[in-house]
Each structure stands twice: as structure tokens, then as C-alpha cells.
Design a binder for this molecule. Sequence first.
Ligand code: C5P
Length: 235
Amino acid sequence: MISGNPVYVAIDTPDLEYALALAERVCPHVGGLKVGLEFLSANGPEGLKAFAKFGLPVFADTKFHDIPNTVAGAVRATAAVGVSIINVHAGGGAAMMQAARDAAKSVNPATRVIAVTVLTSLGDDDLVAVGQTPPAADQVLRLATLTRQCGLDGVVCSAHEIARLRAALGPDFLLVVPGIRPAGSDVGDQRRVMGPAEAYQAGASILVIGRPITAAPDPAIAAQKIAQSLGFSAG
Ligand code: C5P
């Protein structure tokens, strides 16, 4: 379970200085920081160390997908810099997910490993094209069930999948949800969005929110408003 503010701000930039400045501004109003491939490709796991001073959990959105031995090595290197959450693609299979879990826990037992099921950019036609059985929602449930069987801590899912996955996978499985849009904010390239309070009430464990905070005229105020709408305010 995640207690406290469930909002992880998505810091999508290759620029370390900009990332740190953004984290500094929003850190009183968020529960964690999420950095992905854009940041990690430019700065590597070493770049993650710079976030330690904020005292917030860091989600390294690594989306690893390779043979088990290689993924285990990559997970160890990422876990070693002190992140709280790392992820892999569930499509890499059971042995790969178990190797990722074992690698992370060997560095730090508190590190959580979660899996991406079906990328939200893929529709049913895309699944057929890569030899997977639609509908996407069923493939999500299949892969999320496998993820839990492999002893991982949770999955990344869209807000519209929360209810079904929560019912099938129980209260302790982490559901990490991007595609969150407060009323009135730009949808951008997200296809199926939900408001923060709605997604939280539906059972999301973590809300990953990027541009509604980072592209706001004042990111700190935007983050604060979202936190308040969920019943959290900076102490
Ligand atoms: O700016 P926005 O709120 O759309 O950012 C959402 C974040 O969540 C981005 O970092 C994006 O890469 C990530 N993400 C996503 N959809 C997924 C997985 C991750 O939007 N299925």
C-alpha cells in the first residue's frame, strides 16, 4: 500500500538542471518523483542520485525488456542508486519478471518492481499485428495476473482499467496510473484520461501526473491544487 499523497510528478526531460529545479518547486506538494527514458538516457542511473536530497520516493520508469540475465543486471544497477520503484515489460515473460524482482530485492528488499502490461498507445489492431489476442483489456488482465503470480508488486495501467484489475488482483497490488487530467487541463496526446480524484477513488495506488503540473504557469500551485483535491496538503 502507498500511504500519503499518491501523486508522482512525471519529470520528462533530458536536462538534469531543469529536472532538479522542477522537483524543488513541486516537492512539498507531491508524494514522489517519476523519471523515464528521456531523463535516464541522458543522465543514466547516476543522474537519479541527484534527487535524493528531496527525500521523496523515486520511480525509475525504465521499462526494461530483454533476456532475464540482462534485465537483472540493469535492475541491479538502477536499484543501487536508491530508487523506490523500477519497472519492466510484462511481455518479457515470467522468467524475466522473476529475475527483475530477485535482482531488485537483492540490492534493497524495499524496492518495488512493477510491470507495464499493454502500452496505452496500442489498440486492438496493433495487438493483432504483433500476434497478441485482443481485446487489449483482456491482454492487460492476463499480463497483470502473470505479473502478480511472478511476485512483482504491481502494474502500470490506465485509469479505465483500475476497477477490473483491483477486483481481480486484490487491495495490495500497486496500480500505478498515468493519463490523469484535472478538469480543464489539456488532454495532449493521452487518449483515455480521468480526473485525479476519480482515479484515486477508483482504487489507483499512485497517480503519475506530468504536464498538468510541469507545463502549468506555476507547477507548485498546480501540484498543490491536485493534492488538496485528494485531501492532502503540505505540512
Ligand atoms: O504529461 P502526462 O501527464 O501525460 O505524463 C504521463 C507520464 O506517464 C509520462 O511520463 C508518460 O511517459 C508516462 N506513461 C504514460 N502512459 C503509459 C505509461 C507511462 O503516459 N502507459
